[in-house]
Design a binder for this molecule. Sequence first.
Ligand code: NAD
Ligand code: GLY
Length: 355
Amino acid sequence: MKTVGVDLGTRSYDIVIGAGALAELGRLSRKRTLTVMDSTVKALHGAKILASAGGSPEEVFSFPAGERSKTPETAVEICRCAARLKFDRSCRFAAAGGGVTGDLTGFAAAIFMRGIEFIQIPTTLLAAVDSGVGGKTGADIPEGKNLVGAFHQPAGVFIDTRLLTTLPASELGNGLAEIVKTAVILDPELFELLENSADRLVSRPDFEELYPEIIRRCCELKGMIVAEDEKESGRRAVLNYGHTFGHAVELLSDYTLPHGQAVAIGMAAASHLAVLRGLWKQSDADRQNRLLSRLGLPVKVPPRCRTCDLVNAMRADKKNVGGAIRVVLCSAVGSSRLPEAAGDGELAAAWEMIR
Ligand code: NAD
Ligand code: GLY
């Protein structure tokens, strides 16, 4: 079992990673816990998770799987369920699922009685390497993705890689997109490891050693960034590499395109913008996009998305300031820059390059 710490003073917490990490839930103080799971996770792993967490089947909130459930209304439903069960401030919520469950449950925990404890039990690769760590919680509204939410750190994160064995290849791909993102912005050695093991990661996934090691490295890197800049007033923004472009594709697809695939397309667009600006060598951009393709991820914009609509959709991003669209770009594999303003013309050119 591997443990990574996130250093946030009195709100520091551990991320426990490995095959069998559910057993480590026993190290938590005993508290009444409302376990939140989507319909798929409840059916596949619900009994196992409840047994390890010592939770009661009556104290479970479940909702239909998928991004469409990630609304403020669902977060309020979680709070109403807790209120009906007479939960108080000494209780906790447990998010057992992917990023949708984690973001919703964390948001509900941030607002229920003005804030109670919650823990993350990531069951998707994406949640294990990204959304389960760092305390960004929230929900989507029709005007844009993640536009409501709160920073609320979990009290612990338990990543049992055996839960990942039931993920379909497409969901593994969504997590791989965030792993590539982490490597491209922060860690050339992780990037090389991905290049050297790309085929194995997709066709013979090893959840006992290789994936736990990659998850550990991603959690360590994300934990360091979060400890340095918890509320994204600076450096944390680099974790949004590919996301300003990606959120636009997600919005235009009415959230039918999964987040990880949208981020992969977004990274491809960002790489072309960085080359257009002379920041990044074409060979490095090609290297990133080749790795994404080898991992089965898309690097082309869906044909039905018009360039002008994509640029407009980028205006809804939270990183924009005073109406200017801001994007994260890289200057080398492993080196990212803080968000910078981009004009409509160059954004359109970058989108056109991935048609
Ligand atoms: P998700 O939670 O919808 O999970 C994807 C699908 O996998 C769902 O259908 C789910 O039921 C299924 N699933 C979950 N665990 C499974 C398992 N073990 N076996 C089989 N199927 C399983 O989506 P996601 O891709 O995990 O997360 C995407 C969300 O995360 C987006 O809303 C995105 O905005 C958010 N996100 C948040 C952060 C953050 O820092 N808070 C970071 C990245 C992404
Ligand atoms: N996924 C971006 C962040 O956590 O900051």
